[in-house]
Design a protein around this ligand. Sequence first.
Ligand code: SF4
Ligand code: SF4
Length: 405
Amino acid sequence: MTTTLHKPDATTGTRSTQDIHAQIAQWTAELGFDAFGITTPDIFHALQYHPATALDRFIERGRHGDMDWMETHRARRRDPHALWPQVRSVVMLATSYAPDEDPLAILDEPDRAALSVYARGKDYHDIIKGRLKQLAQRLASATGSDVKVFVDTAPLMEKPLAAAAGIGWQGKHTNLVSTSHGSWLFLGAILTTAELPLSAQHADRCGTCTRCLDICPTRAFPRPYELDARRCIAYLTIEHKGHIPHDMREAIGNRVFGCDDCLAVCPWNKFAAAARETRFAARAETANPPLCDLLTLDDASFRQRFAGTPIKRTGRDRFMRNVLIAAGNTGNPHYEPLVVAHLNAASPLVRAMAVWALAKIASRNAVAAYADAHLPLETDADVKAEWQRARAITATISATHKEAR
Ligand code: SF4
Ligand code: SF4
């Protein structure tokens, strides 16, 4: 999202650059930001690696999956000047959403849904955009400049810009890490036509650590500092619109919306105090709810339950696709009636995952009976393929059992 504020008539050039730096520091603290830094839109040329080159490699290798917007807006993303030719300085803002408990503990409770920390509270776009606008207004008034504000959705490389602005560094998991706030930072940006004093860049403090790379359940890092989004559970469960590949489903476990594994193991998190913004905290309805509750959500109850959170934006069908994968991964036959209820869903995405889940939890005889009833009526090619695969798997199991006897 982008907002442009135009310069007021007065006060141009009335403050020294150091004054304005101190003033921005005071404003950011007042408005609830946890860190800020200032960089130049030309900074990418001065970094040890060129973020635009990394972006090109990411896209050319297809690692962005079906996030077509990354390719569509690649030129603007590569260079802040392409986004706004008049920009002279970039003010990067960071807000902590550090949890007050171990976000990985829920992975030991397969009957409950692991929802990513960032998504459990009020949508950060709404909170941060309001603050950014207030800060931008003050900056425009004080400097007589034009300003634009951005939160997450604009074609701007926020992580390398935040690193260039000295807020932290891009860790081996590719996200920003801060010595004060660990891996838990929401980022926002203000672009301005004002020439502002620059902050010093932050050194990379990963050292020999590889914890984030080692814990990844889907091996989504081809090498340190590179991510293949197509293998990342956060991408697969949130951004990916289609069927989740077979070889990824078991590794998803009970991660129904996003994944925090690589963020949560970063040793720098031990310096992160819990977020000050209480609206980022989990609500009762998003605090890792039982799968059996989520499996009964229709569109209206999904919208009601997740109103105001980032989860609502994915839509009910994609969410239910993920819940069904988690139900299948329990291996628990008690879920059978709740899963069967989705075999006639209007969405092929949901029907297909109901078939997959059923094959994981029901007896082979039950799977064969459901296939006999549903497959002849099925019109969607992907769902048909799921039924055929489920049948083949249960037949294989049956043959193996006979041989064993
Ligand atoms: S979010 Fe999860 S799946 Fe994605 S790279 Fe990190 S650990 Fe791997
Ligand atoms: S877990 Fe280790 S390697 Fe990964 S970002 Fe944190 S410090 Fe760097």
